[in-house]
Design a protein around this ligand. Structure first.
Ligand SMILES: Cc1cc2nc3c(=O)[nH]c(=O)nc-3n(C[C@H](O)[C@H](O)[C@H](O)COP(=O)(O)OP(=O)(O)OC[C@H]3O[C@@H](n4cnc5c(N)ncnc54)[C@H](O)[C@@H]3O)c2cc1C
Length: 379
């Protein structure tokens, strides 16, 4: 669960769009830019309303109802492989139908945490310490007073010193959806996101910290006197957990040196955005001396392919990359572009009754390119 920002859609310096395809379609259908735009007005455009965005997604899914089945609130919870451990035979899903066994031709793991990948026995890595978790929340009836950011910052420093707030960052106090409503990113909870008990503890801590921030501002910050807590997001957001160790492990050297790949299927462009597990005041990171910013770079198809399993693709923030490279590739539009490429590859492999490996990245890239998606590093 991230902010409604489409980071990764456009090069930070030139604002040239480097991620087209579905992310650009969603932005244009949300009225943020034209469908054939070459540049965005901001490098990190936002959608105007998260509920309207959900309606748009519902509508786009319904338009494809003769081709896809939508199962909300369905959690993959187990995997069966063949005796050789090379093919996923079935994925167990828990939902209102009970425990459902789905027999797939191809599986695309976009769980963020590489759940299916891990349970299928494919190689992955999760660092002992991963980036902290964050619960976003919104506060209404706030007046935009002078020095609001500085005052919010000072109130959090006071709350931390008094032991009411273990950690925080920024805070980002943004008038995003309405002139009297602020969207907050500032909660920071260290945790292990693939441990169910620790994830639950983190979510409770996130709620407690969000409320502590709200109270600190209401009591101390001019503009918050009549404010009320609208809502926090339904679950705490995870930035980093398991990462596939795939047929290619994208590295920060690849990003910084602009390594080109024949099988590139997406373009990344975000800086190496690694949140530390401690308070950082005024910013999310503690860059010394400045942000590490690559030029737009290639993401190869092989970074979506496991080494061991034939009928699995892994996309989004659990694809195959070093921790440093992942700090850039994990952002929203880039994750979406990888998902689109994996979907394209899965459809091609299923139609040809073969594996994503056999289809190969060059063919996937060509198919993406034919519909205006895929990598856009040149120019
Ligand atoms: C707090 C926070 C702030 C962020 N801010 C920004 C920002 O400002 N700009 C930006 O571009 N990016 C931001 N990001 C990063 C961005 O939101 C994510 O990295 C990006 O959403 C990754 O997308 P994903 O689809 O790979 O994973 P996720 O967004 O994590 O999606 C994974 C999905 O899989 C589902 N799932 C998980 N396990 C299972 C299972 N076993 N079975 C079925 N479904 C499952 C989850 O419910 C979820 O819907 C932020 C991330 C966080 C956590």
């Amino acid at each position: 669960m991230g902010l409604p920002y489409f980071d990764g859609i456009a090069d930070i310096k030139s604002k040239r769009i480097v991620t087209r395809g579905i992310p650009l379609e969603l932005l244009s259908k949300s009225g943020v830019c034209d469908a054939n735009a070459t540049h965005t007005s901001k490098h990190n455009p936002t959608i105007g309303n998260s509920f309207a965005f959900k309606l748009l997604l519902d509508q786009l899914l319904q338009e494809q109802s003769d081709r896809i089945s939508v199962l909300f609130n369905s959690m993959a919870c187990g995997v069966e492989t063949d005796a050789a451990g090379q093919r996923i035979e079935s994925v167990q899903v828990a939902n209102k139908d009970g425990l459902v066994h789905i027999v797939p031709k191809i599986v695309v793991d976009c769980t963020g945490d590489a759940d299916v990948t891990a349970w299928a026995g494919a190689s992955f890595e999760q660092n002992d310490v991963v980036q902290p978790l964050t619960l976003h929340f919104r506060i209404g009836n706030v007046r935009h007073e002078a020095n609001l950011s500085q005052n919010c910052r000072a109130a959090l420093a006071q709350a931390e010193a008094a032991g009411r707030l273990p950690y925080y960052y920024g805070p980002g106090v943004m008038f995003l959806y309405h002139k009297s409503e602020v969207y907050i990113h500032g909660v920071r909870v260290p945790a292990n996101p693939t441990d169910a008990a620790d994830l639950s503890r983190a979510e409770m801590q996130g709620r407690a910290d969000a409320w502590a921030m709200f109270e600190a501002w209401k009591q101390n910050v001019p503009g918050f006197e009549e404010a009320y807590f609208i809502e926090a997001y339904p679950w705490i957001g995870v930035r980093e957990s398991r990462r596939l160790i795939g047929q290619y492990v994208l590295s920060e050297e690849d990003l910084m040196q602009g390594h080109r790949f024949d099988d590139a299927i997406a373009t990344g462009c975000w800086y190496l955005d690694l949140h530390p597990n401690k308070t950082t005041v005024g910013s999310a990171n503690d860059f010394q001396p400045q942000k590490v910013q690559p030029e737009p770079y290639d993401i190869p198809y092989r970074a979506l392919l496991p080494r061991e399993i034939d009928n699995l693709l892994v996309a989004g923030r659990c694809h195959s990359a070093t921790r440093g490279a992942h700090a850039s590739t994990r952002v929203t539009a880039t994750a979406m572009a990888m998902g689109e490429a994996a979907g394209q590859a899965a459809a091609m492999a299923a139609a040809a009754n073969t594996s994503p490996q056999e289809i190969g990245g060059v063919a996937v890239r060509e198919a993406l390119s034919a519909r205006g998606a895929g990598p856009h590093t040149e120019g």
